[in-house]
Design a protein. Structure first.
Length: 285
């Protein structure tokens, strides 16, 4: 009857519900274990100067090296780490790994370029981010100018962390600040002006539409706005030569994307970016 069917579907949903909770708990346990065992590794993706062609900096992007399962990308585990607060611990491990890498590169004579590190809003609200950066800089003897922090535009708006004094303090330490995934987070011009950030990263979604009608106008206005506020502009997700050329024509300062290089392990780093990339003008020494 309808009554027993109803009961059956209730049980069905109930068991699905508990199954979902169990899966979540298992994943959380697995992530805790992964943090304890230091299974997270950092890959690096170059940010290329569109006028000169050289690598101006690199972004640190975390991956989970699961034994027997290869690499898992951050979109698969960052949300749960954020929900559980474990992102604070991951953030510490990533920053530590980046600093150790910088020291290693310095020791073996590899050209040093600044590294930008993604920081989650939870790290601002639930940990002392200023102390974290101050400590690693001191511990590793790192030039603070070699570190940059990326915060997404949307997290800045959601958590109201844009209002926080910590950005000024980080800037006073000598660390550069970058607003990530710009164009997806609805910040206002006045908010942007108050932030005093150094770099604005245009979200990949806009670069994807650059060849569509008005797609270039949108990017041109973002570049004009960022430059008016004294920020350097980086386009993310540059995948083709055409996109790279259009961005250069529009006055975009730097590009990042598969066209230049995928994120790679530190040992495979190409300090000069992608070889086929020919800058229009040969930079003067
Ligand atoms: P994001 O900071 O916006 O990083 C850029 C993402 O775009 C990276 O994905 C990168 O691999 C990818 N990408 C780069 N070039 C291209 C391209 O040409 N085409 C396409 N389709 N994609 C491109 P990934 O590595 O999967 O990271 C995803 C997000 O995870 C990052 O987005 C960032 O928000 C977050 N994330 C990564 N590492 C960390 C970390 O250490 N801490 C925190 N809190 N978040 C991180
Ligand atoms: Mg980023
Ligand atoms: Mg981004
Ligand atoms: Mg993103």
């Amino acid at each position: 009857s309808a009554k027993t069917e109803g009961k059956g579907s209730y049980r069905f949903f109930q068991s699905r519900f508990f199954e979902a909770i169990r899966t979540r708990l298992e994943t959380e346990l697995e992530l805790r274990r992964a943090l304890d065992l230091h299974q997270f590794v950092v890959h690096y993706q170059p940010r290329v100067d569109l006028a000169g062609g050289g690598t101006s900096s690199m972004e640190a992007l975390v991956r989970w090296e699961r034994p027997g399962q290869g690499l898992t990308g951050p979109d698969r585990f960052i949300p749960l780490l954020e929900e559980t607060g474990l992102i604070v611990q991951l953030g510490e491990q990533v920053l530590d790994s980046v600093c150790r890498q910088l020291v290693e590169w310095a020791a073996d004579g590899t050209t040093l370029v600044p590294v930008s590190v993604n920081v989650s809003p939870r790290q601002f609200s639930q940990s002392d981010i200023l102390a974290l950066f101050r400590d690693v800089i001191e511990r590793y003897g790192i030039d603070p100018a070699l570190l940059e922090i990326e915060v997404t535009e949307s997290s800045m708006m959601q958590e109201g962390i844009g209002e926080s004094a910590v950005f000024r303090q980080l800037r006073e330490l000598g660390i550069k600040l970058c607003i990530d995934d710009f164009g997806t987070g609805y910040s206002s011009l006045s908010q942007l002006q108050k932030l005093h950030f150094d770099v604005l990263k245009i979200d990949r979604a806009f670069v994807l539409r650059i060849e569509h009608p008005d797609g270039d106008a949108l990017i041109a206005s973002m570049i004009a706005m960022a430059h008016a506020l004294g920020m350097k502009v980086v386009a993310e997700g540059v995948e083709s030569r055409k996109q790279m050329q259009l961005l250069r024509t529009l006055g975009c300062d730097e590009g990042q994307g598969y066209f230049f290089s995928h994120p790679v392990p530190p040992g495979e780093r190409q300090p000069e970016g992608r070889r086929e990339f020919q800058p229009p003008i040969t930079p003067k020494p």
